[in-house]
Write a protein that binds this ligand. Structure first.
Ligand code: NAD
Ligand code: UDP
Length: 341
């Protein structure tokens, strides 16, 4: 039994696979639980090609409590759990809310239950900037008041944070870190792992990449009449490898002691508009992105970006990868995906 093992739920997905690489590079051994509902077994080969180590893997649904018990029984010595496993499509969560509550909340409850049963002390949870809604002032700090969620997906993040707080209060043997991600983009620089959107991408970056690859004719830009400097929505886009490193920093920090629940924003601290991101992609790759301005997308906030000073202070973590490298890695991965089809 490895003394530095981390159980990673959803570790075959976009953020989980990059985090597995970062954990392995930092000397942890990783055991992945994933039901492959939004990922592919080939991800294990990508991780192996980057790190030279194949993580442990079990195909399992986190909502399956008996399956979870069998795995946690074997891995009771793990130092912690990073819980990524969740459905994440905002629109789908509005049309099928029960599927989102069932998957995202039951999975989390089972993780907490098993951590309590087998005395596994440290939890890192994937939360999201979506919990802030449209904040009254920018940038947002961790103390910025949360706004009511506008989708069932957003609700599962707010409720997930509350469930964790209650569970930790009731069992001080567990400590937890909630990571509120802003907008992760890009891929591993090796081109071995990246994001695999299912069907038509909801998110901006994979959509831009598919337009660049000629798979889609043009990008729809959702609105140019926002109350922002250039009229386009503003977000805080951070490199996926920076985000992965933050999980290693968070796990180390939990292992160093303390109690209760920590909360960190993970972003660059800089806002970019949709048009700025399109321009930066064109400059970084030399590929032209045709676009059309369409109406606003329901539920979009106009502007949000992070104050990530707390993560810098307490986790010694900062986003460091320059945007042009992130965009180049996204494009490299897109070309590889197109070839593999
Ligand atoms: P992803 O879909 O690429 O990865 C999620 C993984 O979890 C997939 O491999 C999927 O097969 C698996 N999974 C889903 N439900 C499961 C279940 N019940 N049991 C076992 N495995 C299950 O998504 P991602 O972008 O890597 O997101 C990871 C986490 O980060 C999610 O919790 C998501 O809500 C959160 N998050 C993502 C973003 C983003 O922009 N990508 C932003 C904020 C928060
Ligand atoms: N966006 C867009 N066209 C797209 C996808 C997204 O104009 O095809 C915009 C969207 O309105 C938002 C930004 O890009 O302002 C980021 O959207 P994404 O879905 O990637 O992330 P979100 O911040 O909504 O989670």
């Amino acid at each position: 039994m490895n003394q530095k093992e981390v159980i990673v739920t959803g570790g075959m997905g976009y953020i989980g696979s990059h985090t597995t690489v970062a954990l392995q590079n930092a000397g942890y051994s990783v055991f992945i639980l994933d039901n492959l509902s939004n990922s592919d077994i080939g991800v294990l080969d990508g991780i192996y090609r980057i790190t030279g180590v194949r993580p442990g893997f079990k195909k399992l649904d986190c909502t399956d409590i008996s399956g979870m018990r069998r795995v946690f029984e074997k891995h009771y010595n793990a130092v912690g759990v990073i819980h990524f496993a969740a459905h994440k499509a905002v629109g789908e969560s509005v049309s099928n809310p029960l599927m989102y509550y069932r998957n995202n909340l039951n999975g989390l409850i089972n993780v907490l239950d098993m951590m309590g049963t087998f005395d596994i002390p440290n939890l890192v949870f994937s939360s999201s900037a979506t919990v802030y809604g449209q904040p009254d002032s920018l940038p947002v700090t961790e103390d910025t008041p949360l706004k009511p969620a506008t989708s069932a997906y957003g609700q599962t993040k707010v409720m997930g944070e509350n469930i964790i707080a209650d569970a930790v209060r009731a069992n001080p043997g567990i400590r937890a870190t909630l990571l509120r991600y802003f907008n992760p983009i890009g891929a591993h620089p090796s081109g071995q792992i990246g994001e695999r959107p299912n069907g038509v991408p909801n998110n901006l970056m994979p959509y831009i990449c598919q337009v660049a690859a000629g798979q889609r004719e043009y990008l729809n830009i959702f609105g140019n009449d926002y109350d922002t400097p250039d009229g386009y929505c503003v977000r805080d886009y951070l490199d996926i490898n920076d985000l992965a490193d933050a999980h290693v920093a968070a796990m180390r920090h939990l292992q160093s002691g303390g109690s209760g629940v920590n909360v960190y924003n993970l972003g660059t601290g800089r806002g970019q508009s949709v048009m700025q991101l399109v321009d930066a992609f064109q400059r970084a790759t030399g590929v032209n992105i045709p676009y059309k301005i369409t109406s606003r997308r329901a539920g979009d906030v106009s502007s949000i970006y992070a104050n990530a000073d707390r993560a810098a202070r307490e986790l010694n973590w900062r986003a460091v990868v320059p945007l042009h490298e992130t965009l180049a890695s996204a494009w490299r991965w897109q070309k590889k995906l197109a070839k593999s089809k």
